[in-house]
Design a protein around this ligand. Sequence first.
Ligand code: GDP
Ligand code: MG
Length: 177
Amino acid sequence: ATLPPPRTRIFKIIVIGDSGVGKTCLTYRFCAGKFPEKTEATIGVDFRERLIDIDGEKIKIQLWDTAGQERFRKSMVQHYYRNVHAVVFVYDVTSATSFRSLPAWIEECKQHSLGTEVPRILVGNKCDLRESVQVSTDVAQQFADSHSMPLFETSAKSPSSQGGGGSCSSSDHVEAI
Ligand code: GDP
Ligand code: MG
C-alpha cells in the first residue's frame, strides 16, 4: 500500500509588541527576504508564511502580525490566541516606552494560557539605529532572564547573512474575522 503524502506541518507564531516596533517589517523580512519598501499600519490581523525544510520535512511557519490587541475586538482576540506554538515579543531598542510595555504584553499572553509552557522569545528590533539606542543589551538581557526567554537583538532593515533568501515562499493573507 502506498502511504499518503506527508502533510505539511504548520507552526503558528504570534508576533506581539507596541505599534511601530517593526512587527510588520520583521515578519515581511522573514517571509519575503527583504525589508518592505513601504508599510501601512496593520489593520486587524495579518499573517505571512514561509516554508522551511527541517531534516527533509517541510514545515510551514505562519507568522501572525497584529495592529496591537488594544484595537482588537473580543472575538478577534480569541481567534488570534488559539493554537499558538510560540510567541515573539518585540520591542524597539530606540524606544524605552516599547520596552516598558513588555510586562503588559506578557501578562496579556498569560491570560490566554500562553505562559512559560509555550516557547517565547524576546526581540529587540532596530539595532541598526545604534546612535539612538535607549534600551541597553544588559537591561534587556536581565529582563529576558527574569522571564525565562532568550533575547535576540535584530534589525529588519540592515542586511544580514541569515534569514530570507531565495528559497522562501511568501504569501500575504488578510484574515477576515
Ligand atoms: P509595527 O507597527 O510593529 O508593525 O511596525 P512597522 O513594521 O510598521 O515599522 C514601523 C516603522 O519602523 C516603519 O517606519 C519601519 O520602516 C521602521 N522599521 C521597522 N523595522 C526597522 C529596523 O529594523 N530598523 C529601522 N531603522 N527601522 C525599522
Ligand atoms: Mg504592523
